[in-house]
Design a protein around this ligand. Structure first.
Ligand code: PMV
Length: 350
C-alpha cells in the first residue's frame, strides 16, 4: 500500500516525549476467523463489529531519540513484562516498512486494560490499536500536514498488522473489515466505519459481558486462524460469513431485532463449531457458558425480551440488547446469571 509509506528523508522532533492513547475493545457480529495463505493478515471473509464502551486499553508511549542500540521496555498494569516484547518486536518489524522513523527511537510502552487480559475479551485488539494510534501521533509530529482521516486509516492499517481485529478498534460504532461486494469502501487492508444507514434501535445497544473464566486462553486466536487452513468446512464458512453480511445489511436498515439475534447467535456458534472441528480440536466453552446460553433462550421465550448472545474466542458471553429494555433485562442478569459468572462487565456499543 504505497500511500502508507513514510517518505520523508529528513525530519526534526523533540528528542523525547510521551504520547497517551486509548482504544476500545470490539465485539464482532460477523466473525473474522481464518486468513489468506502466504499473505500478512488478510482475512478470508469480511467481518463487522461494534466497538465497546467501558472496555478499553490505555497505552502510554514514551520515546527518546536513539543514541546507541535500540531498546524497548514494556509494562502492563505497572509491572514490567519482558514476555510481551517478542510480539511487539514482530509488530514493529512488520510496520517498519511503513514507519521507517521507528528505528530512530527507543521506546517504553506502558499499558493497562479495564478488563482481564486473554480471557475472550479482545485485549490484543484494543492494545494493538492504541499502540498504532500512539505511533501515528509520532508520525503526525514528523508530518505536520497529516490529516485526521489519513491518521486513522493508517492507524487501522498498522493495527491490522499487529492483530487482525485490532484494525476495527480504531473507530467507534459499527466497523467493517474485509472486502465485501455490498459494502462500498470495504477492503482487506484497513477497517472502515459502516457506511450505510442504521435503524435507530441499533445505535443504542447494550453489551453486558459475563466473565465466566478469567484464565488465559489455551488456544490463542493466532493458532486458531492457522487451523482454518486445512479445515474441512473452511470454504463453506467463508461463503456463509459473506452471505451473513448481506443479511445483516438489510437487518440493520429495517431494524429487525429478532433476525439480528438469530444471525449473531448463529455466527457465534459457527465460530465455536469451527474450533471444535479443527485438527487439533478444542472447546472454548465452559459448563457455565452453556448454562448461560440455555438460560438466555428460556428467558427470551418467557419474557419476549430482545436479548441475544454472541461469543468471542473464549468462554465468556456477550449479551446484546437494546437500551430501551435494559431496566428489566439487567435485573434478570444479576438475579439469574450472576451465579455462573466470575464477574459482570456493563458495557455498551459505542
Ligand atoms: O484479531 P485476532 O487475530 O485476535 O482474531 C480475532 C478473532 C475473533 O475475535 C474470534 C473474531 C473477530 O472478528 O473479532
Amino acid at each position: 500500500m504505497k500511500s502508507f509509506f513514510f517518505k520523508k528523508k529528513k525530519y526534526s522532533i523533540d528528542s523525547n516525549g510521551v504520547i497517551t492513547r486509548k482504544s476500545h475493545s470490539n465485539i464482532a457480529l460477523i466473525k473474522y476467523w481464518g486468513k489468506h495463505k502466504n499473505k500478512i493478515q488478510i482475512p478470508s471473509n469480511s467481518s463487522i463489529s461494534y466497538s465497546l464502551g467501558e472496555v478499553y486499553t490505555v497505552t502510554r508511549l514514551s520515546y527518546e531519540i536513539k543514541k546507541r542500540n535500540f531498546s524497548l521496555r514494556v509494562f502492563f498494569s505497572g509491572k514490567e513484562k519482558t514476555s510481551f516484547i517478542p510480539k511487539i518486536l514482530e509488530f514493529f518489524h512488520r510496520i517498519s516498512f511503513y514507519c521507517s522513523y521507528l528505528r530512530d527511537f527507543n521506546f517504553i510502552i506502558e499499558t493497562y486494560n479495564t478488563f482481564p487480559h486473554s480471557s475472550g475479551i479482545a485485549s490484543s485488539a484494543s492494545s494493538m490499536s492504541s499502540l498504532a494510534l500512539c505511533i501515528m501521533e509520532i508520525e503526525k509530529k514528523l508530518v505536520s500536514s497529516l490529516k485526521k482521516d489519513f491518521l486513522l486509516k493508517k492507524a487501522s492499517f498498522l493495527a491490522r498488522l499487529g492483530s487482525g481485529s485490532a484494525c476495527r478498534s480504531i473507530y467507534p460504532g459499527l466497523v467493517v473489515w474485509g472486502s465485501h461486494q455490498s459494502i462500498k469502501g470495504s477492503n482487506n487492508l484497513y477497517a472502515i466505519q459502516y457506511p450505510y444507514k442504521i435503524h435507530p434501535i441499533f445505535t443504542k445497544m447494550v453489551d453486558t459481558i459475563l466473565i465466566i473464566d478469567e484464565t488465559p486462553k489455551k488456544i490463542l486466536s493466532s493458532k486458531g486462524h492457522q487451523l482454518m487452513k486445512n479445515h474441512p468446512y473452511a470454504k463453506e464458512r467463508f461463503k456463509n460469513a459473506n452471505k451473513n453480511m448481506d443479511r445483516l445489511i438489510s437487518i440493520l436498515k429495517i431494524g429487525d431485532l429478532q433476525e439480528f439475534g438469530k444471525l449473531i447467535e448463529h455466527e457465534a456458534l459457527t465460530l465455536h463449531a469451527m474450533i471444535m472441528t479443527s485438527r487439533p480440536y478444542f472447546i472454548w466453552m465452559k459448563p457455565n457458558t452453556l448454562n448461560v446460553l440455555h438460560n438466555v433462550w428460556d428467558f427470551r421465550m418467557q419474557s419476549k425480551k430482545n436479548i441475544y448472545f454472541t461469543l468471542d474466542a473464549g468462554a465468556n458471553v456477550h449479551l446484546l440488547y437494546p437500551i430501551q429494555e435494559k431496566k428489566y433485562i439487567i435485573k434478570w442478569i444479576y438475579s439469574d446469571l450472576f451465579f455462573y459468572c466470575k464477574k459482570i462487565i456493563e458495557s455498551f456499543c459505542l
